[in-house]
Design a protein around this ligand. Structure first.
Ligand SMILES: NC(=O)c1ccc[n+]([C@@H]2O[C@H](COP(=O)([O-])OP(=O)(O)OC[C@H]3O[C@@H](n4cnc5c(N)ncnc54)[C@H](OP(=O)(O)O)[C@@H]3O)[C@@H](O)[C@H]2O)c1
Length: 265
């Protein structure tokens, strides 16, 4: 019988994970099927996972924190992030991972050595990528619209500001991890503040994928090298795929999954 995998989310209809993971399964002839699972009540996540006999799952907005709480075993950096995006069933136990964090690190490798990063936003993604960077000994600062989410970062020894008390420095890389620009034409912070930051930075990364956001347009106008979130999405998926199938991804598999992600296979 084929193994069954899913992505849990609410909403989940736009997820590209099934086309990406199924392309990977096909590439290595792995007998499995990956589907979308629209889950409204995050508290029933583990029950649904077990009841439906899934071998593995990805978890997306807004259930990553609840997925963390329900897992039997949480591995690696996910213990610090307190949110997971991957479940794997092993010996009747739900093992959980966060692959967003290492996926982001892999995505920014193309920029070369980065020492100092400013992260815009303080949501789930900011938590994952700030801790991933901190583990790599990168100097991280978080800047968010509202102050209420900054305690998590302060508790982990990460400098964090809101717009009114922000102290500008020279950052190598500026990351937009807010949802500004996802479905609108908004910038993630006041324009003047961003201009002051981007005039001395070299690289700009947007976690949003598939479009050049107003943030990336502004960064480019200040001669920053820019990159959208496609590679981040791809690599978090590749790392999850490695856990699902217990195989190591080579370049051909990664490119097969990229084609799947882009709807080209
Ligand atoms: N490429 C990938 O693989 C990948 C993976 C994960 C996420 N993402 C993307 O990353 C983004 C954030 O996801 P998330 O899960 O971290 O979301 P989240 O937990 O809901 O956090 C959203 C953050 O964005 C800020 N924000 C929202 N609208 C804003 C605006 N107009 N101006 C300034 N700040 C604004 C919020 O600030 P307040 O605290 O002030 O509300 C909050 O800090 C989304 O666009 C998502 O699509 C991409």
């Amino acid at each position: 019988m084929s193994k069954k995998f899913v992505i849990f989310g609410d909403p989940v209809v736009h997820s590209k994970s099934p086309q990406m993971q199924n392309a990977g399964f096909k590439h290595i002839n792995f007998d499995a099927i990956y589907e979308k699972f629209h889950l409204v009540d995050g508290n029933s996540l583990k029950n649904e996972f077990i009841k439906n006999e899934f071998s593995g799952a990805n978890i997306t907005v807004p259930h990553k924190e609840k997925a963390f709480l329900q897992a039997d075993v949480v591995k690696g950096i996910a213990q610090k992030i307190e949110a997971v995006n991957t479940y794997v069933l092993q010996n009747n136990q739900v093992i959980a991972y966060n692959t967003d964090a290492p996926g982001f690190l892999k995505a920014i490798q193309s920029f070369g050595k980065i020492n100092k990063v400013l992260i815009l936003g303080a949501g789930g993604t900011a938590k994952a990528i700030s801790l991933a960077l901190q583990e790599e000994n990168v100097d991280v600062t978080v800047l968010n619209r509202s102050k209420s989410k900054l305690d998590f970062f302060k508790n982990h020894g990460i400098k964090s500001f809101s717009f009114d008390d922000f102290v500008n420095e020279k950052f190598d890389l500026v990351v937009n991890s807010t949802s500004a620009g996802l479905k609108d034409e908004e910038l993630p912070a006041p324009k003047e503040l961003l201009e002051n930051v981007l005039k001395s930075s070299s690289f700009a990364f947007d976690c949003i994928y598939g479009r050049i956001t107003p943030f990336l347009v502004l960064a480019k106008s200040f001669h920053n090298e820019i990159k959208d979130g496609e590679d981040m999405l791809l690599y978090q998926g590749v790392l999850a795929f490695e856990y699902f199938t217990n195989t190591k991804a080579d370049n051909k598999l990664v490119e097969a999954m990229r084609k799947g992600l882009k709807g080209e296979s």
